[in-house]
Design a protein around this ligand. Sequence first.
Ligand SMILES: [Zn+2]
Length: 271
Amino acid sequence: MPIGKGLKHTADEAVALGLEALQVFVRNPRGRGARTFTEAETDYFKDTILTYNIDPVVVHIPYICNPAAAKDDIYEFAREVVGEDLERCSLIGADYLVLHPGSYTTSSREQGIDRMAGLLNDVLDNYTGKVTVCLETMAGQGTEIGRDFYELNTILQLINNRDRIGVCLDTCHVFAAGYDVSTKEGIARTLEEIDITFGQDAIKFIHSNDSQKELGSKRDRHAHIGDGFIGEEGFKRLLRHDFFGTLPFILETPFAEIDRDIVTLKSLRGG
Ligand SMILES: [Zn+2]
């Protein structure tokens, strides 16, 4: 959910939509600006999520951040944002900060991974708060890092403060990366790969988005639940799965029609 109209508005709307988990941007998702919160609005927000048992609350880093960037100014900006947003998570009582591992652009995949891990270690080495940073599984578009579980695990292994690092599994991204989470066999195989890489415990929540593009397309295009190649049957399997079904599902489909996806997910998970 956006927070442009203030945290009070966001909290009220989350309740009105019947949310059980929530993801917000604490700044403009496509820009640099960050607004300051008043104590009144953070208090109201924290009270509301507690009262309505909205758990977890996740903060997403702006898309323009590239923590694996080859260019120093872009890399430094990402470091600043990750550090600041981690503090802002505490202000609003968020549990997780999620970020895309970034793109290596003009350097190499290995250099991008090193930059990314270095940035996180810088931010987390002296961090004493309770927020966990989650790296998102990516579709593998262009020079994106985190294109499969092995690559994501390579980054995780480089992080010193392992208690404060986790994984967010995005269904659209993994499907585009070649993990067929739409079928029973595909879900089983995906889980096997999780077990031999970062492990199930590392996954803190799901980004539940359908995919406009085919399996293995390497293209990140979110679709409303049931409108893409994962389909309602795929989401039904995931929601009722022994492991995946126990995790929070967070929607990142176009916000104007998100109410429809909320109803779909709630009905697909069944009793
Ligand atoms: Zn996502």
